[in-house]
Design a protein around this ligand. Structure first.
Ligand code: PLP
Length: 384
């Protein structure tokens, strides 16, 4: 059996090696390291793929989130509602801009932000909601957009984990994750579903005016060279990263399909297990029967409900199987984000999830033998 890895970037590289190496060699020859033709081309190709009017590339996903909030003109003291159960980047940029983060609980079955909790948290100071499409599946965007409209709020999608995925609305329409809210942010960190070979990120919007504002912000607030109309930042996607992303974008659907297939095999192996809860597919697809883009499985995350999660992490590591606990501490209990307004019983689900979740190896190169081996280790240990 091949050595099991959490993500297998090397294996994926083998499939695009010639193209990537040639593009990088060409960039080295041309010295167009910043804002070269690959960046422009990638931007257009991603706009086309997502069906969105504007893609604005930037330096990383954290910057992308920050720039969205700057572009919308959010001001110190404005409240921004987001999920307690997510990566810290989401709440970090809210804090950096001196906005007030308002963390709320999530749903037990999808790990995504809870609608009633959002509604309860809205105050006259609330300006935006940041749903995070955690582990590759969209939050309940129908309800979030409805709430936002009712209360006149912006919706900023944190799409770092769900690129290439789609959201299926109640009305039967389908939109790409990250293009549903007023603005969306994504990350091209190497291990993301569409990852480059360094740092990278992008912002998506269908709003022409907002896109214009944001294009200036990413470039030192300049709309005309050396005229700085607003306070901006320096946040660029470099040409080498754009070239890598151009090689991978045409394969993204295939990569995401491979992830779904691996997830389906895991879920089949865990079917009927009393103490192992497999991820829920919220669009209603039956995971063993069809391949669907409503979940792109950035992570395949189980809940271990009999208290053996920590033991399982150790057991897998002892057997050279990598795994991850995303995330072990709720944001409301992180030192940097403590706030006396938070009460422990406002976060029953997050508090439960941090003790139960475990993410198994998930990437485009997993084979059946590896999945069977991992599943057997998990089942034997949890039932021992
Ligand atoms: C990875 C990630 C980010 C940050 O992206 P970087 O490119 O690493 O800055 C933000 N939010 C979520 C949910 C992420 O998973």
């Amino acid at each position: 059996m091949k050595k099991i890895q959490m993500v297998d970037l090397k294996g994926q590289y083998e499939g695009i090696k010639t193209e990537v190496n040639e593009a990088i060699a060409e960039i080295l020859e041309s010295s167009a390291f910043i804002n070269g033709p690959h960046v422009q081309a990638f931007q257009s190709e991603l706009e086309e793929y997502l069906g969105v009017r504007h893609v604005i590339p930037c330096a990383n996903g954290t910057d992308a989130l920050q720039i969205c909030m700057m572009g919308l003109g959010l001001e110190p003291g404005d409240e921004v509602i987001t999920a307690d159960f997510t990566f810290a980047a989401t709440v970090e940029v809210i804090g950096l801009l001196q906005l007030t983060p308002v963390l709320v609980d999530v749903d037990l079955d999808t790990f995504n932000i809870n609608i009633e909790a959002i509604e309860k948290a809205i105050t006259p100071k609330t300006k935006a909601i940041v749903p995070v499409h955690l582990f590759g599946q969209c939050a309940n965007m129908d309800e979030i957009m409805e709430l936002a409209q009712k209360h006149n709020l912006y919706v900023i999608e944190d799409n770092a984990q769900a690129i290439g995925g789609s959201y299926y609305s109640k009305d039967g329409s389908k939109q790409k994750a990250g293009t549903i809210g007023h603005v969306g942010a994504t990350s091209f960190f190497p291990s993301k579903n569409l990852g480059c070979y360094g740092d990278g990120g992008a912002i998506f919007t269908n709003n022409d005016e907002l896109a214009h504002i944001i294009r200036g912000i990413v470039n030192h607030g300049m709309y005309k060279r050396y005229y700085h109309d607003v306070v901006g930042v320096n946040s660029r996607l470099d040409s080498i990263q754009a070239a890598v992303l151009r090689a991978k974008l045409p394969k993204l659907d295939h990569y995401n399909q491979k992830r779904w297939e691996a997830a389906a095999k895991y879920s089949k192996a865990f079917a009927g297990q009393e103490h192992i809860v497999v991820p829920k597919i919220s669009c209603g697809c039956e995971i063993q029967k069809s391949v669907c883009d409503c979940h792109v499985f950035h992570q395949y995350t189980l809940r271990i409900t009999n208290g053996k999660r920590d033991g399982l992490v150790q057991h897998l590591n002892d057997n050279s199987v990598p795994c991850g606990v995303y995330y072990p501490v709720p944001l409301h209990r992180q030192k940097a984000y403590l706030d006396e307004r938070y009460k422990e019983n406002d976060f029953p689900v997050t508090n439960q999830l941090v003790n139960e979740v475990i993410s198994l190896p998930m990437h485009t190169e997993l084979d059946n033998e590896q999945i069977d081996f991992i599943a057997k280790l998990v089942i034997d240990f949890v039932n021992s």
